[in-house]
Design a protein around this ligand. Structure first.
Ligand code: TYD
Ligand code: MG
Length: 445
């Protein structure tokens, strides 16, 4: 402007930059300051910091609440990643509907689908609450304005890959756009108290697309796993500032959306699994719960010189270790055998307590021997062929017993709580304690 609109003087205006505004995302300045976080508090002793008990917004979708730590925290930023077509949009639309049913306003921003496409999906899921708003938009500033207008409890942005900021000239989905848009939305969440849930894409290698930075700036990172060939889906928590990670939520994809699975055993285990040669049941720890998983192994004559070793759902390095342990400490000859190991049902098992099950499944397939019906195996195996104590044995014992299995093969019991658990299930669950792989192999008949 050449002329001051106040005093009408010409050439009296000077250009300056307010230091604070240069780096601060645009949306924040537009947010009503009354609701903004008080950033001007002086440093205080920890005991004098006001203790704010924020109630979590529980969705009522039990498995989703479980992974997220009891419900969505107001003002939290959640990132959900997963393969295309796995069900991210479905899950979040259902979460939105559940919260809307509980009289919380939800804004679902669709950047990949038109509003009417989203409506079609919503109809299929029975999502018709008056508190659930659909907004097809890709401009982050407009999304910010809509959040200010509606003041929803939760804003879902599906997905961040297609949204852009005017001020940034690079293409949507590029690193700098993603960085800017996500930072903007996270600031907005912190300032307005609206929780935001961002959907991210996953690259070919299974990592969340975009810079690691996005994972750093959000409070919670969830991964949606499973494959399109099975109907069950697993939501895994990778990072959670407001709760435990390691939690998983189990869902089943049906014609009317995702259904919560309360009985993991029925989903993951088929009747009769665990006793035929090459099949072993294990109890692995996933966050705060014990999941039964069937480990299958197959050894076959290798046609070519180089034997193949393939692991699906288990760690390939641990498979190689178990084969070496069997060769060295149990006199197996697997040199000219292909060895395949699979955690049935698409589970990804990271618990080292799966070792013993893997070893027994391989040995069983090789010798054509199986375990007694109703047997579960849990134990980590060391390089000397010894069984090592597993974490949370007591919890595993109780769960295995609850599911009706009758025999548990495991390693040494050290803690008092574990010993007590062994005592408490006497008569219902026989706990067989093995020192090394040799004594466990004697169980194969
Ligand atoms: P979608 O949520 O679109 O996946 P994403 O957002 O992760 O790409 O879900 C895609 C698949 O889910 C699709 O192939 C069809 C299936 N589906 C059902 O089986 N039942 C349903 O009720 C819905 C909505 C989808
Ligand atoms: Mg989608």
């Amino acid at each position: 402007m050449g002329k001051c609109p106040e005093c009408d003087a010409w050439d009296s205006l000077e250009e300056t930059f307010a230091a604070n505004d240069i780096h601060r995302p645009k949306v924040l300045s537009a947010v009503d300051q009354a609701q903004a976080v008080d950033v001007d508090l002086p440093a205080l002793p920890v005991s004098q910091i006001p203790d704010m008990q924020v109630p979590r917004m529980a969705t009522g979708l039990a498995e989703f609440d479980r992974v997220i730590g009891g419900g969505v925290v107001p003002g939290a930023a959640v990132l959900l990643g997963g393969d295309p077509g796995i069900g991210k949009s479905t899950l979040l639309l259902q979460v939105g509907q559940k919260l809307a049913e509980r009289d919380m306003k939800v804004l679902y921003v669709s950047s990949e689908e038109s509003a009417s496409q989203t409506r079609l999906r919503a109809d299929r899921l029975g999502a018709s609450s008056g508190q659930l708003y659909i907004y097809a938009q890709t401009n982050v500033d407009k999304i910010g304005q809509q959040i200010q207008k509606l003041r929803p409890s939760l804003c879902i942005v599906d997905s961040v890959q297609l949204i852009y900021q005017d001020a940034n000239s690079s293409a949507p989905g590029s690193v700098s756009q993603l960085k800017d848009c996500c930072t903007n939305l996270v600031y907005l969440a912190k300032a307005s108290g609206t929780a935001v849930c961002l959907v991210g894409h996953v690259t070919k290698r299974g990592m969340l697309a975009g810079p690691k930075l996005i994972e750093h700036i959000v409070d919670t990172v969830l991964y949606f796993e499973g494959d399109s060939y099975h109907d069950h889906r697993i939501v895994r928590c990778i990072k959670n500032r407001f709760g435990s990670t390691l939690e998983v939520g189990l869902f089943r994809m049906t014609a009317t959306g995702l259904e919560v699975v309360d009985d993991a055993a029925s989903l993951l285990i088929q009747a009769g699994a665990g006793s035929p040669p090459g099949s072993v049941l294990t109890a692995c720890l996933q966050g705060s719960r014990v999941l039964p998983v069937e480990i299958q192994a197959l050894t076959a004559d290798s046609a070519l010189g180089a034997a193949r070793r393939k692991a699906a759902g288990c760690d390939a390095n641990r498979l190689a270790m178990m084969i070496a342990v069997l060769e060295k400490h149990a006199d197996f000859r697997l040199l000219d055998k292909d060895v395949f190991v699979n955690a049935v049902g698409g589970m990804k098992v990271t618990d080292p307590a799966v070792d013993a099950a893997m070893a027994l499944a391989i040995a069983g397939s090789h010798m054509r021997r199986g375990l007694a019906a109703g047997t579960v195996v849990t134990g980590e195996i060391g390089l000397l062929g010894e069984f090592r104590p597993v974490a949370s044995l007591a919890q595993r014992i109780h769960e295995v017993c609850r599911l009706g299995y009758t025999r548990l093969i495991t390693g040494p019991v050290h803690s008092a709580a574990d010993r007590q658990a062994v005592e408490s299930v006497k008569g219902r669950l026989a706990v067989r304690i093995c020192k090394n792989i040799d004594s466990a192999l004697a169980e194969l008949t």
